[in-house]
Design a binder for this molecule. Structure first.
Ligand SMILES: Cc1ncc(COP(=O)(O)O)c(C=O)c1O
Length: 439
């Protein structure tokens, strides 16, 4: 093992030896190299006469550039987006995202959390999480309705074994935390380490836990950790903030898990993608919340941040500098919060309109509605027609595009559905069901 990795591991073991046991083999071996990057950083600070270290091109003291490129970016200097960003992410953006995490999750107050490390979107954050904490054959507990890409990352790339709990009870009255609890407790009996991803607002159903449910999830995981099993809990907060109901818990589960127990690692995976409507900018974050003696906390955080940045360095090297600069500037804009609020209200109105339209009993013969109260999506469960057949039929006959999930579920992205089209959409779905029934 590389000597720097050994040094980082020693710091982690000193702060909390359970964390060393929870890291994957790759996580244990990861380190941030002291090669070109750190020599360049030293030169940046001290080489005032000539700095011939960095892997970019310069001309006349400025970043070399093609006007054919830079003419498309106004309001940002080439030096702010053309050179590489650090593998850790822009320091100012990391600090700002961390500060905002405390504002968005007031109950984090007083909890030590790491500085967020920037990823190339949340998918990349999920993948880095998987590399660092999951070994082939490890069990990861996920709902049976889930973002499909988890399968690619956890199973195909990292060869984990997904064990599902039932996301909803048969009557679709609630997120099935009874099944979550029984599956996770059964797995905790058979494994030294359990891994789960908590994704609320949920893709595809659009559900977020209420306060009581959120407390229950946190208490189950805490109890498992207290009983001697290691718990690695990632919170995929891709749709964070889009909570439309009064009783919904408005904070990340991360705030309830971070720093709670030595055997529990909480990892927040979030980003600007959906929160700030910048899907293509590719800016995500990984943040750690762990328990350790306060005196060791900085060492522990820095060691994990370095391993995370090492994982990024060996994969994509660093995330888009342009994306990070735009986000950092946007977050400092005095109009930023008001603009976000305006878009939030728009999405909430659409969700409310869907609920209003679907209150009409006329739809009940065709489908049931999964509980939803947040995010971008909602789902329906078809009574008796095949989801893929209906999807194709709606596309071919009516020019309506929806996502089929499994045999019975259809996902509607109200994030891209105008309020005025809501009734039309569900009427067409009903018509499609009637068409298929009569064939
Ligand atoms: C639950 C969930 N996590 C992560 C992502 C990925 O986000 P990003 O586009 O930032 O990679 C998505 C996007 O669809 C998602 O639904």
């Amino acid at each position: 093992m590389n000597v720097i990795a050994k040094e980082l591991n020693a710091l982690i073991s000193q702060a909390n030896p359970h964390i060393m046991e929870m890291l994957s083999d790759m996580g244990k071996a990861l380190f941030f190299p002291k090669g070109i990057l750190s020599q360049s950083a030293e030169a940046k600070a001290k080489a005032h006469k000539i700095n011939a270290t960095i892997g970019i091109a310069k001309q006349g003291g400025s970043v070399m550039n093609l006007p054919a490129v830079t003419r498309y970016v106004s309001g940002i200097e080439p030096a702010e987006y053309l050179p590489y960003a650090p593998s850790f992410g822009l320091p100012g953006l990391r600090e700002k995202w961390k500060k905002d995490l405390f504002e968005k999750n007031p109950s984090l107050k007083g909890t030590h959390i790491s500085l967020p490390v920037v990823t190339s979107g949340i998918t990349h954050g999920v993948s880095v999480f998987s590399d660092m904490w999951i070994d082939p054959g490890d069990v990861i507990i996920l709902p049976d309705m889930m973002w499909g890409n988890y399968n690619m990352t956890f199973t195909v790339r990292n060869r984990a074994k997904i064990v599902h709990f039932r996301a909803y009870d048969e009557a679709l009255t609630r997120f099935d935390l009874d099944d979550f609890e029984s599956v996770i407790r059964a797995q905790a009996k058979n494994n030294d380490k359990i891994i789960t991803v908590l994704n609320f607002p949920h893709n595809p159903s659009g559900y977020s836990l209420n306060r009581k449910e959120a407390d229950r999830v946190a208490n189950i995981l805490l109890d498992i950790a207290q009983s001697g099993t290691h718990v690695v809990a990632a919170c995929d907060d891709a749709y964070f903030g889009l909570f439309f109901d009064e009783e919904t818990s408005k904070e990340s589960l991360f705030a309830k898990l971070a720093g709670r127990h030595e055997r529990l690692v909480a990892i927040k995976l979030d980003g600007a993608t959906k929160e700030d409507y910048v899907w293509g900018l590719r800016v995500g974050f990984i943040t750690y919340g762990m328990a350790a003696d306060p005196a060791d906390m900085d060492d522990l955080h820095q060691a994990l941040e370095k391993k995370t940045a090492g994982c990024i360095r060996g994969n994509i090297s660093n995330a888009s500098h342009l994306g990070q600069t735009i986000l950092l500037k946007a977050m400092a804009d005095p109009a930023y919060h008001a603009q976000k609020q305006e878009k939030f209200s728009l999405l909430k109105q659409r969700a409310t309109r869907i609920k209003g339209v679907l209150a009409d009993p006329a739809y009940r013969s065709g489908f049931d509605v999964y509980p939803f109260n947040s995010g971008y999506f909602m789902c329906i469960r078809l009574k008796d027609v095949d989801a893929e057949q209906l999807r194709l039929h709606l596309l071919d006959r009516y020019g309506v595009g929806l996502i089929a999930i499994g045999d019975r579920n259809i996902r509607v992205a109200f994030s891209c559905l105008e309020e005025t089209d809501v009734k039309t959409l569900f009427d067409i779905i009903m018509q499609g069901i009637t068409d298929l029934r009569s064939t």
